[in-house]
Design a protein. Structure first.
Lengths: 438, 468
């Protein structure tokens, strides 16, 4: 693990031609990075992942934009395959830190939709970026080890996505972003999504590897939903099994805003996802879904936060996962209700299935409730495959192995039934079935 | 609601103080204090050594960084009395021998009455020394040992040494280390193989000196196929100085043995109550922790069962009632080490005023514990808008055949339920108390009668004027 930043943030800001405020933000983040310790096993939020964090090669060279552009035909094969079936309204493709390809229909541009790289947005919509960047995920939040990665990301991010949907605009199909990891690099990215009043959009971000070899991806996603805005959001990770992925997402939901979120961890050696929603307006609704499947030596680590500040809001977490071989899976989640959050409905469910002797699971669903007129519950379970269901399938002529595969796939795909992105659900079901058969 | 605090202080039933001058009182936490405690008790050298090592461990270990705020306690660790010996000469054989002042206290606690009813033996602890102790003759005949922990060390040293600190070593946690250094008082129980103790063994504890920390230590050994129910109630007068209680309870449940440990603490609301309770359960054995937490300023207590032998079972049932000024951080741990082990945790908590109750628990299944099953159920009831509750359940599962479940709900005292009961002619206060009693019923029904009655009275008292 690194103790000083491998790159000087001021030089980085100059190289990327960034405005003064951003340079200052980067140097401020550097100070936070240097002041807080790395998470250890004693850091509560990292108790099951600190060992894996130590293995992450942060010393890899930082991925810098190199001005690469590709034509649609030149796009990586994996991306092209996805494009053929994804039915996207528009999409961006990143290779390493370069935005190599972008497509957005003129019709959406004409409505004022902005879907581009963060650096282009800095040039064209500086005030919107400045007003929101780092606001949901600041470099310093708790002043402890939990700030280490957000501070690193705030100081050294080199590329990212900016999506702005103006008030009242509804985008028909989903927008897609593909990040193709480059082996041997530390890539640090950010995503900033702004949905103005009553805007509606669907956004899918996929992280994939084209080649073998270890890569590190550190990503921060900030989602701002103004009153009445509706967002379907998915983050899908299918990186190669040598890679490392560290991700934090925070959504801020104002009055009557609605989020339907999906976190998918299928790839990487070590993947950690911290997904949180801040319900700051009454009537806000955050549905947070998760699917994960660790095989081989994979470790998938999940943290959810449902932070209710406003009254009359609703949130629901549903995370399901499986581990086989020596895979380890972790779910930690917190429902936090402030004293101001009366009349809240908040739920949290975590279900896990272990498929082998060496696999393990840790589940820690937590509640911190400081308001009394609320409906709040959580449940977690760890259970083997139901023998009765296996028996039933056997009576229908399905062998044990085939029946097990069927039941595991059904267990995981259950979550997909609740996502707003039907096309993505079909693709994920296929990937899951492949991995189950693995 | 500051009036609420005052109300509790005024009404604190056991808040009287007896004028009994202690013979020896040791303040401050030093090796010197520890040596003097050991000397005053006439302990063997190994115990003195054990205490001194534990004190070293205590100094080395950091304060817990999680859970309730203990900073105020840390400031005043040196101001507590670590040993107080009342002016009585050893355990009294009969009620007549007990000093008048102390008798009065017990009368107010209702002990002689309780004894007349069903009690098999009363090991009542007055500050640190057991001053009154009685076991029914038939128990003695069966070979059941029920004595003070000091007497256990003196009279049954070999047996004592075999189990003492083996279940909770001093290095387990900072307050177990503290207890190991300065322990004083508590019970030593041994039930021989196959012996069933039909009536519960009871010990009452009282803390009677201002600023006095009590370091009760209990060791219970239930031999093969034996059966016992041990009951402990804690209550103490109310003083302005913040007091400290850190107990260590160790229970060894042998093959096919059956044991139950019931405790209700009703410490005054300036007490830090930091207790380590742990049982090891061997093959086919069963252990129940029944845990009630009503008093104290801060409680940190997580009764644990280590299911070591095949088919071992354990249940943990708990009730917590946190009022303004109280943070009750309680829970349970089930550690499954063997095949076919099973466990159940039921936790019911009530928070009133600005009170905060937290459930913190662990279910751990090791690689070899095939077919382990555990179920956890936590329900929290919030009375007032300012009331708080937390749930922190940890599940660490390393076996693919385990079946583990956790469910928790948070609800408030429902207006419609109160309204319904009012339409049936119940005054509002009584309706509220009835709902609270119904809420804790699944746990309360397991309580011994005296405790159940006391708990109901307390709830009625607490629910007066709490709605509307």
């Amino acid at each position: 693990m690194i103790d000083v930043l491998p790159t000087n943030p001021e030089e980085l800001a100059a190289r990327l031609s960034e405005p003064g405020w951003l340079k200052e933000a980067r140097t401020g983040a550097q100070a936070v990075f240097e002041a807080v310790p790395w998470p250890t096993r004693k850091t509560e939020e990292w108790r099951y992942a600190a060992g894996r964090l130590k293995e992450v090669p942060f010393e890899l060279p930082l991925a810098l934009p190199r001005g690469r552009r590709l034509s649609r035909d030149q796009l990586p094969a994996g991306v092209k395959r996805r494009l053929a079936e994804a039915e996207l309204a528009g999409f961006l493709v990143f290779v390493g830190a370069d935005l190599v390809y972008a497509e957005l229909p003129e019709e959406l541009k004409a409505k004022g939709v902005v879907f581009t790289s963060l650096h282009q947005a800095l040039a064209e919509h500086p005030e919107r970026v400045e007003a929101n960047l780092y606001k949901a995920i600041p470099a310093r939040q708790k002043g402890d080890a939990n700030d280490k990665l957000p501070a690193l990301a705030a100081a050294l991010w080199t590329h990212g996505v900016f999506l702005y949907v103006p008030a009242g605009v509804e985008i028909g199909g989903p927008l897609g972003v593909f990040h193709v990891a480059e082996p041997g690099e530390l890539a640090i990215g950010r995503t900033l999504v702004l949905l103005d009043d009553h805007a509606q959009a669907a956004y899918i971000e996929e992280h994939l590897s084209e080649k073998p070899g270890a890569a590190v991806h550190l990503g921060m996603t900030e989602l701002f939903l103004r009153p009445g805005a509706r967002l379907a959001h998915a983050n899908v990770q299918t990186l190669n099994p040598e890679s490392h992925r560290l991700y934090r997402q925070r959504a801020v939901l104002e009055k009557d805003a609605a989020l339907n979120d999906l976190m998918v961890n299928l790839g990487a050696r070590f993947a950690r996802a911290e997904v949180g929603s801040e319900l700051v307006g009454p009537g806000a609704d955050s549905e947070m879904l998760g699917v994960y499947f660790a095989a081989g030596d994979q470790h998938h680590d999940h943290h959810t936060l449902q932070h209710h500040v406003a009254p009359h809001a609703k949130s629901d977490v549903y995370y399901k996962g499986t581990a086989k071989d020596r895979g380890t899976i972790v779910y930690q989640g917190l429902i936090k209700l402030e004293p101001t959050a009366q009349k809240t409905d908040a739920y949290q469910t975590n279900r896990n299935l272990l498929l082998s002797r060496e696999a393990s699971v840790e589940s820690v669903p937590q509640l911190e409730i400081a308001a009394n007129d609320v409906r709040c519950s959580h449940g977690s379970s760890i259970a083997p495959i139901d023998e009765e269901q296996l028996f039933y399938l056997a009576t229908r002529g399905i062998g044990r192995k085939g029946a097990e595969n069927l039941l595991v796939a059904a267990f995981l795909e259950d979550v997909l039934g609740r996502i707003a992105l039907k096309n993505l659900a079909a693709y994920l079901a296929r990937v899951i079935e492949e991995k189950v058969r693995g | 609601m500051p009036e609420d605090l005052k109300h509790i202080a005024d009404d604190y039933r056991w808040g009287f103080r007896d004028e009994v001058e202690p013979e020896l009182a040791l303040k401050g936490l030093t090796p010197e204090t520890v040596r003097k405690i050991s000397e005053a008790k006439g302990e063997p050298a190994w115990m003195t050594e054990f205490r001194l090592k534990a004190l070293e461990a205590f100094f080395k270990m950091p304060m817990p960084k999680w859970g309730p705020d203990l900073s105020a306690l840390e400031q005043k660790l040196d101001d507590f009395y670590y040993y107080v010996k009342p002016p009585s000469r050893g355990p009294a054989e009969s009620w007549e021998e007990v000093p008048e002042e102390i008798k009065k206290t017990y009368e107010r606690l209702g002990i002689p009455e309780a004894e007349r009813k069903v009690l098999a033996g009363v090991g009542a602890q007055y500050d640190s020394e057991v001053v009154y102790h009685k076991i029914k003759e038939e128990l003695e005949k069966k070979g059941v040992v029920f004595v003070s922990i000091e007497e256990g060390l003196k009279e049954y040293e070999e047996l004592f040494k075999k189990y003492f600190a083996k279940i909770v070593p001093p290095t387990d946690n900072k307050f177990a280390a503290l207890n190991s250094a300065v322990w004083s008082g508590g019970s030593f129980v041994y039930v021989p193989p196959g012996v069933e103790v039909e009536v519960p063994l009871q010990a009452y504890f009282r803390v009677n000196t201002a600023g006095f920390g009590q370091f009760e230590r209990t060791l219970i050994i239930v031999d093969e196929g034996a059966k016992v129910h041990y009951i402990e109630g804690c209550t103490a007068p109310l003083y302005t100085t913040e007091a400290l209680h850190t107990g260590v309870i160790e229970i060894y449940v042998h093959k096919n043995a059956h044991s139950r440990y019931t405790t209700i603490q009703n410490w005054p609301t300036n007490m830090y109550n930091l207790v380590t309770q742990r049982a090891i359960v061997e093959e086919g054995g069963y252990h129940m922790w029944l845990d009630g937490n009503l008093g104290s300023k801060v409680t940190m207590k997580y009764p644990s069962s280590i299911l070591k032998g095949r088919g071992a079972r354990s249940e943990v049932l708990s009730i917590a009632f946190a009022k303004t000024g109280q943070h009750l951080d309680t829970g349970a741990k089930l550690i499954h080490l063997a095949e076919d082990t099973s466990g159940q945790i039921v936790s019911k908590s009530i928070s009133k005023g600005e009170g905060r109750s937290s459930y913190r628990g662990l279910v751990k299944v090791s690689k070899n514990a095939n077919r382990a099953r555990a179920n956890v159920e936590c329900d929290a009831l919030l009375i007032d808008p300012e009331s708080k509750t937390d749930t922190y359940p940890y599940m660490e599962i390393n076996n693919e055949t385990a079946q583990i479940g956790h469910e928790a709900t948070v609800s408030r005292l429902a207006d419609d339920q109160i309204f319904y009961l009012q339409t049936r002619g119940l005054p509002e206060d009584e309706a509220a108390a009835l709902i609270v009693r119904g809420f804790i019923e699944p746990v309360a029904k397991e309580l011994p009668l005296e405790f159940a009655v006391e708990l109901n009275r307390l709830i009625e008292l607490e629910m007066e004027g709490s709605v509307g």
